[in-house]
Write a protein that binds this ligand. Sequence first.
Ligand SMILES: [Zn+2]
Length: 265
Amino acid sequence: MLKVLKLVIVGSCLLTSLAFVFQNEPLSPKSNSKVNTVVIDAGHGGKDPGTRGRRTKEKDVALAVALELGRRIKDETPEVKVLYTRSTDVFIELGERSAFANRNNADLFISIHCNATPRSRSVRGTETFVMGLHKTEGNLEVAKRENSVILQETNYKQKYKGFDPNSPLAHIMLANYQSAFISSSLRFADHVEKKFQSVSGRESRGVKQAGFLVLWRAAMPSVLIETGFLSTPDEEDYLSSEDGQAEVAESIHQAFKLYKSEMDR
Ligand SMILES: [Zn+2]
C-alpha cells in the first residue's frame, strides 16, 4: 500500500487536515500528487431524466460519458482513485452529490450534463461552468434548468435553505458564495473547453459561471460540463452514439491529464 498524503482545504478558513498512512516504503513521487481522488458525477438519473432530445434522455448520456471517462482515467492513471456519485440509473439528490465528494476528500469534482434550449434546433457546442455569478440570461437559464431538479426532492426547502430554483435573485445570492477553489476550477474548465476543440473538433461556447446547487458545497475544485445540445438533432445523434460519447470522454480525460500534471508540477 502506498503512503497517502491528503491535503484538504475546507472553505476560505484554510482549515487543513492531514492524514498520513505510514508503511515501511519511502514516499513515492506519485503519492505527493495533488490529484489523488476524482469524483465523476453523472447528472440526473432514476425518476429525473434531465433534458430530452427526440429519443435521448440526458441521464443516459451523462452516465455513459461518466463511466467511460472513469475507465480512461483508471486505465492511464491507476494510482488515481475514481469514484462515481452514481454508476446506475438511480436518482441522487443534488446536495448529496457534492456531499459524497466531500466525504471522500475528493480533489476534483466533475459533473456531466447535456444542454437544451427551447428557442433553437441548431445551437450547438459545449460549455463548462464553474460556480459564480452568471453574466448572461442564457447562463442563468442553464443553472435554473439544472437546479430545478430539487423540486423532485423531498424537503428541498429545508435542505437548500429556502432556495427557489425559479428565482433570479436566489441564483444571484447562490452565486455570491465564494469558492476557495475558483482558480483551480477555472483552470480545469479551460482545459476541458480547449480539449473539446482540439481532441474532437467540437464548437466551444466557452467557460462560464452560474450558481449551481450541485457545485455549491463542493469543498474542492469543481465544474459542471454541458457536453452538447440534445435539442439540436445532429448534436443529439452525436451524444447518443458510442463514438460521440467516447470522444466526449476522451476530451475530458485529456483535460484531466493536463490539469493533474500542472497541479503536480
Ligand atoms: Zn443536467
